[in-house]
Each structure stands twice: as C-alpha cells, then as structure tokens.
Design a binder for this molecule. Structure first.
Ligand code: ZN
Length: 213
C-alpha cells in the first residue's frame, strides 16, 4: 500500500508537460504504483483537455507540429493502469526507459556498499537509481533545490516517516535529512534532483564531484 503520494502541484505540472525529463520519469514511475496519484493525475489530464478544447484557435508556425511530436516521442512513456504486480522491481515507464529491469542496470559503486546508476544528466538536473544496503544511512544532507525520491524496493526512513515501494518523498531547500535503509531487503530508489545536494560532513563533500550528486 502506497502511503506517501505525490502532491497535486507536481501532478499538475506533469499533466501539463512542463516537468523536465528527469522529474517526469520519477512521476510516471510513481503514478504506475499509486492508485491515488493516478486517479488525481487522470483528473488533471481531463481538465487540461477541456482547457485545450475551449482555447481560441491560434495559427501555428511551420514545424511546430513536428516539434511537438518530437517532444512527445522523446518523453518517458506514461504510466499504465494495468501494470502486473510483482513483475520485477521496475514499473513499466522505468523499464522502458532503462531498456529492462534491475538486471539491465549498470551500477557504479560509490563506497560503503552504496551503488548508483545515473540515467540522465542535463545541466544541474539529473535522475539516477540508488542502491542502499539495508541498515545503511545516506550522508546527512540538505538540498539546493528540488529532490524527488521514489522507493522501488526495500524501505528507508527519515524525519518525514517511513517510505516503502511506491512511496514518494519530495524534499526542497528547507529539508535536511539522513535517510536510513531498513527492513529485510536492500533499498533501491529512483531519485531526481535539480540542484546539487549540500552535505553537512566533509567526506561526502569531497566525494561529490565524483558522484555527480
Ligand atoms: Zn535528500
């Protein structure tokens, strides 16, 4: 059961197509796992369609249709409502993006058993998979901007509660946390950020250029 759903403002932004590719991927994967978020998103899609239907007709420049189609084709696939449960760790949009499930991921060790795989990096915005062994804490950090974390396997806890598969946590520049993986399974998360993290201790700060986080 998903307990932590995505706030409306991000569902609206996703529905309107104004989220970056990195955040869109996290939202699409979350919506695949959360009935609540999917229902709200479908409502926003319907509202958006109604707004378009009632909007005045504008003359488009040459090539705008192709540009729009290119954007749609390049965007992560939307969530599917009939995703089979228990078919691997990755929801359908993430499977399509990665080109497979967990076994298709090319992990890189970042030390202490923690691994990451950067899926997309575009300026300061990125989306990555994080693998955190059970019992392991991530270094205490705050955020220069937005961070969206979706749990795919296992669980972690921080000051905001416990996050299990399908749960999403949105952190911003007011959030400081030390996520700790717990439970019987290692924790795997999909995380998008639009600014570098601010680590409170020196070692993670030194490693930051190598981790690209
Ligand atoms: Zn964080």
């Amino acid at each position: 059961m998903v307990k932590h759903h995505l706030p409306d403002e991000y569902l609206m932004a996703y529905s309107a197509g104004i989220l970056s590719e990195s955040f869109s991927l996290v939202v699409a994967a979350h919506v695949s796992l959360s009935d609540d978020s999917r229902a709200r998103m479908e409502a926003y899609d319907a509202v958006g369609g109604a707004v378009l239907d009632s909007a005045p007709v504008a003359n488009l420049s040459d090539g705008s249709l192709q540009a729009t189609l290119d954007r749609i084709m390049g965007a992560p696939a939307g969530p599917s409502a009939d995703e089979p449960i228990g078919q691997g760790a990755f929801p359908a949009p993430l499977q399509e993006y990665v080109g497979g499930d967990l076994d298709a991921v090319k992990w890189r060790s970042v030390g202490m058993g923690v691994k990451q795989a950067i899926l997309k990096k575009d300026g300061s915005t990125s989306v990555r998979l994080l693998y955190i062994p059970k019992g392991m804490a991530m270094p205490d950090h705050s955020h220069g901007g937005l961070e969206m974390t979706l749990v795919l396997q296992g669980a972690y806890r921080d000051d905001d509660g416990e996050f299990h598969r399908g749960d999403i946590e949105v952190a911003n520049d007011e959030t400081q946390h030390t996520p700790v993986a717990f439970g019987p399974e290692d924790c795997i998360c999909l995380t998008a950020t639009d600014a570098r993290l601010k680590f409170t201790s020196i070692l993670p700060r030194l490693a930051q250029p190598f981790l690209q986080i």
